[in-house]
Design a protein around this ligand. Sequence first.
Ligand code: SF4
Length: 261
Amino acid sequence: MPTVTIDGCKVTVKKDETILDAARKAGIWIPTLCYHPAVPSDASCRLCMVELDRGDWRQLVTSCNYPVRRDIVVYVSSERAEAARRGVMELLLARAPESGELKALAERMGVYETRYPNVTESQRNCILCGLCVSVCEQIIGKAAIGFAGRGVDRAVAAPFRQPSEDCIGCGACAAICPVGTIKIRIHADEQEVEISPFKSRAKLLVCEQCGALVASKQVSEQALTRSNLNSEEFRASLRLCPKCRRLQTAGQLGAATFYKK
Ligand code: SF4
């Protein structure tokens, strides 16, 4: 198994684990934004750059997608690596100046302001990391959002920048967004969930026991399809809110509710 020497600390990794994996094993912090173990990394944010020792020269590489295949030496805390990461963070701050999550990460890196002008209003607070696009397509299987436009107009949007009929309102894109830009809004009066800023909406189910709003119908159907638990018992449990489901499991709701069609 190859050994990675990070800032003088040696750690062994499995072949094809990344420099980031090695750093985490060694307890060395490297800032990340677009990295998430649920989806393949394309290192789009560039925040995890480190210096790789090539013998007589050193190269900046992104640690989240650099596979380790032989013994290597890397530097996380070198002056050049830290300056590169701080420069990237300044660019990201110009894209998402209102993100509390991003500001907190920037402060941890010692970056308190940006030299760059803020991006246009239409792109504001999106760092174009693409995690939402990946999770929607690769985990949820919907592709309800994607990249649109080019250059300074590039943005994540639903097709034709209109509310998407493919969106099931699962909220996975909001959960994975590292800068808190994608939001789940509940419209209780209309019994709908809206995914902002895409303006896509999905109808919510109402708990058959207490009337609370549950997940959208499509999310329930997806849970049935993927779980392979297509029994009436499981179907009935999906018509209950989490609280009533727990009561049902504990046997504190009547059987009639559980098996109601
Ligand atoms: S809420 Fe809609 S856009 Fe977001 S991941 Fe789910 S299906 Fe995709």
